[in-house]
Design a protein around this ligand. Structure first.
Ligand code: OSB
Ligand code: MG
Length: 371
């Protein structure tokens, strides 16, 4: 198929609750929505770059620039049969993986709609519901954290991740573990430690955590491998894994025992699936990370997490954990067994709510070769 024109939207949506991590606190969440037109169909993709370069160097501003000035001109009116055709055309752009992933997602949505298949089917998924958990931001105190976690358990979540940072790590995790002895619990530091300062995390090894996510810098596979030797608890990498090659190298040097897969971080669903396949071959568990997505990105995450190797619960929560109003008609709900249904209609399987999209839009541009 040939994509003839694309609209980009800069979206900003208010979060129901502020979300605080070791790299910052947000009350609203930005992203770039890609709207691609081909064969009378419309495909959507979400580029999860945020307002600030805290999680990654990419921002809405860099993604907008790279999409508008480089990626989109390279793919408009080109024959694209599968995601690989798109990746080859985008290959001249170094990095900017979230920008590429947003465009790739729109192509998957178009391919699914044109062939009449849901995304989970195109990707090779094996389940209709996926196990999910909730990612809880830093709270004002361990006491408040326990109260917030209790609220999510009351809603039915059976796996909880808490954010940590230096000075807000062991006490927070101990408080949650003490309150909920059997909870499936994990922590995420978002690169806030060094090999030296991570000594402070040693008591976490006594808390029967599922994993410790991304304690060290994103460009530091080697020190993660040294840190892993100090812990029984598996280290899980998020920010550090930006490609299939990084995944292979991380596993070869034992830098982690679990991988968090985010299609946005690795340049698209195709690369996410490739990392899944590698990990599955090697018996390494993976799970689907989240970036506070809208209904578009959430639908994509659910389809990806339906692949057989996603054996740990994903950071894919119900819509009402994030937004009062989403840009899709569909709202995702938590089933009583802490799962969410994988969309089953063609493509992403969700429809845009035009009024909500309009309310969330800060800027829009239309790109085509016809001027
Ligand atoms: O590190 O997993 C992360 C959100 C934004 C950026 C990075 C991360 C997160 C989350 C939230 O943990 C997961 C979710 O979407 O619920
Ligand atoms: Mg993370």
């Amino acid at each position: 198929m040939k994509i003839t024109n694309i609209n980009l939207y800069h979206l900003r949506m208010p979060l129901l609750n502020a979300f605080e991590t070791s790299f910052g606190r947000i009350q609203t969440r930005d992203c770039v929505l890609v709207e691609a037109f081909a064969e009378g169909l419309i495909g959507y993709g979400e580029c999860p770059a945020d307002h600030d370069p805290g999680y990654s160097y990419e921002t809405v501003g860099t993604a907008w620039h790279i999409l508008k000035d480089f990626l989109i001109p390279a793919i408009l009116d080109q024959e694209l049969v599968e995601s690989e055709d798109l990746q080859v055309r985008m290959g001249f752009v170094r990095g900017h993986l979230m920008a590429k992933a947003g465009l790739e997602m729109a192509l998957w949505d178009l391919m699914g709609k044109s062939q009449g298949f849901a995304l989970h089917h195109l990707l090779g998924g094996v389940r209709q519901q996926v196990d999910v958990g909730v990612s809880v931001g830093l709270q004002s105190s361990p006491h408040e954290l326990v109260r917030v976690v209790q609220g999510y358990l009351d809603q039915g979540y059976r796996r909880v991740k808490i954010k940590i940072k230096p000075g807000r790590d062991v006490m927070d995790a101990q408080a949650v573990r003490k309150a909920f002895p059997d909870l499936r619990l994990q922590v995420d530091a978002n690169s806030a430690y060094t090999l030296e300062s991570a000594i402070a995390l040693h008591p976490l090894d006594e808390l029967a955590l599922l994993l410790i996510e991304q304690p060290l810098a994103e460009d530091d596979l080697w020190d993660h491998s040294r840190l892993q030797t100090q812990f029984r608890t598996p280290i899980c990498l998020d920010e550090s894994i930006v490609s299939l090659r990084h995944a292979r190298q991380a596993l070869e040097m034992h830098a982690c025992r679990v991988i968090n897969i985010k299609a946005g971080r690795v340049g698209g669903l195709s690369q996410g699936r490739a990392i899944h396949d590698l990990c599955q071959e090697q018996g390494i568990p993976v799970w689907c990370g989240g970036m506070l997505e809208t209904g578009i990105g959430r639908a994509s995450n659910l389809a990806l997490a339906s692949l057989a190797g996603f054996t740990l619960p994903g950071d894919i929560s119900a819509t009402d954990r994030y937004y009062a109003e989403d840009i899709t008609d569909e709202r995702f709900v938590l089933n009583p067994d802490s799962t969410i249904d994988v969309p089953d209609s063609p493509g992403l399987g969700v429809d845009i709510n035009q009024k909500a999209l309009k309310r969330a839009t800060l800027a829009k541009i239309s790109l085509s070769n016809k001027g």
